[in-house]
Ligand binder design. Structure first.
Ligand code: HAM
Length: 408
């Protein structure tokens, strides 16, 4: 038997139903906010993520699926979508004029993590990236967009926000933090690595011993420059004006190194331990880091599998849809094929090719959640009619094929 790899899963059945529902809602909301679709390759040069997500991150440090391709290039399966969108923005020279671009994307991301509920090695994100807009109203809009997505999906969340500063205020904060860290002993190996590569990532360590050591660490919130302070205050005002509840968390640094200014996470406690269902923020410096002309970028991504876990737990009754078309005798099937071809121009039709007893067909129709049941038996074939049953209302009748449309 050949099974799927650990941490990689087929999405089918009910999960597939939720998957497509999530994508549909996300796409609709993103389009309402002026975003358009972009698709970037699954495979990119490894250095794209090393330079952007950063060497201090777990993603680059431990989790990338990397290999040398036949041309000798060091490549990897994308662990996230932001770096690829920035690469594309620069590659198509949009950075030169600072073009405003608003993209959304969805697809597989790959991280070699320890699999558990809601944490996979191949998982799917829906994300958006907005380029060319410095205004903090854009940051607020992205948060409101996520809230609209979760409202439509009926998913509860708590929102946490922070400001990660900018090149004006971050370096002096980092200096203070490193001085503080030098005075402490006993950090885990990951933190020792982060201390050299990007000390603020230590704030985010999940190890309780490290968290204890950090209790009196200096906090960036007290060191923000006037511009970061102003934007962060305005972001909070916008959220309050729109009735959004949130908490401030000085320790929210996100697991990727490219952020500056706004950072946010949406947390759910419906996946076992508290888990992030979406995260994002501003990454103005990233375009320059990746060789482009300095500009502005802000975005988010949500984890589709994590939302599926929540929706599955809610077990909402799936709405019935579509038509189940069947026959009691196989000789009628070619006639039904013609009927279904017409109906399929604008309706979902499941056509059964096999003759079965009425009760068996009805139970099949029920199991695929069809709304309308149509069956041809001997009498119906003679009268050019069909037996009709609405599986929601249970109404039953004989209808002429020529008048079918008015009953669907
Ligand atoms: P991230 O926080 O690494 O951000 O991932 C975003 C979301 O993807 C998480 O909140 C989580 O729901 C989901 N996720 C992450 N890892 C896994 C996993 N192993 N299994 C299942 N779901 C997972 C980013 O990726 C950034 N690119 C977001 C962004 C866009 N920032 C700016 N623009």
């Amino acid at each position: 038997m050949i099974n799927a790899l650990k941490g990689m899963k087929d999405i089918e059945g009910k999960q597939a139903f939720y998957y497509t529902k999530i994508i549909k809602i996300c796409e609709e909301v993103a389009q309402n906010y002026g975003f358009s679709f972009i698709n970037t390759p699954h495979l990119e040069l490894s250095k794209l993520f090393k330079r952007s997500v950063g060497e201090s991150s777990d993603i680059v440090g431990k989790e990338m699926y990397e290999f040398i391709d036949k041309g000798g290039n060091e490549v990897c399966l994308r662990p996230e979508g932001t770096a690829s969108a920035v690469r594309s923005y620069i590659e198509h020279k949009m950075d030169k004029s600072g073009s405003v671009k608003r993209w959304f994307y969805h697809g597989s991301m790959f991280r070699y993590e320890r699999p558990q509920k809601g944490r996979l090695r191949e998982f799917h994100q829906f994300g958006v990236e907005s380029f060319g807009t410095a205004s903090v109203y854009e940051d607020a809009s992205l948060i409101l967009m996520l809230i609209e997505i979760f409202r439509r999906l009926k998913i509860k969340f708590s929102l946490v926000i922070n400001s990660l500063g900018c090149p004006l205020c971050l370096p002096s904060y980092k200096k203070d933090l490193v001085e503080f860290l030098e005075r402490q002993e006993g950090f885990c190996e990951d933190c020792l690595r982060r201390k050299i590569l990007n000390p603020i990532r230590i704030l985010d360590c999940k190890n309780t011993h490290c968290q204890n050591l950090l209790q009196n660490a200096p906090l960036l919130g007290q060191k923000l420059c006037p511009s970061c302070q102003r934007d962060f205050t305005l972001l909070q005002t916008c959220l309050r004006e729109n009735g959004v509840e949130f908490t401030l968390d000085d320790r929210l640094v996100r697991g990727l190194d490219y952020y500056s200014k706004s950072a946010f996470e949406f947390i759910s406690d419906e996946i076992g331990a508290k888990a992030a269902i979406a995260g994002g923020g501003r990454y103005d410096r990233l375009i320059e880091y990746l060789g482009g002309k300095s500009g502005y970028g802000v975005g988010f991504a949500l984890g589709i599998e994590r939302l599926i876990v929540i929706l599955e737990q809610k077990e909402e009754a799936q709405e019935r849809e579509g038509i189940y078309l069947c026959a009691l005798d196989e000789t009628y099937v070619s006639n039904l094929l013609q009927i279904s071809t017409k109906l399929r121009k604008n309706r979902k039709v499941f056509l059964s090719y096999e003759a079965k007893k009425l009760a068996k067909h009805l139970s099949n129709a029920d199991s695929i959640n069809a709304e309308i049941f149509l069956c041809m038996g001997e009498n119906e074939a003679k009268n050019e009619s069909l037996f009709y049953k609405n599986l929601n209302t249970k109404e039953e009748k004989q209808i002429l094929i020529s008048t079918l449309e008015q009953y669907l």
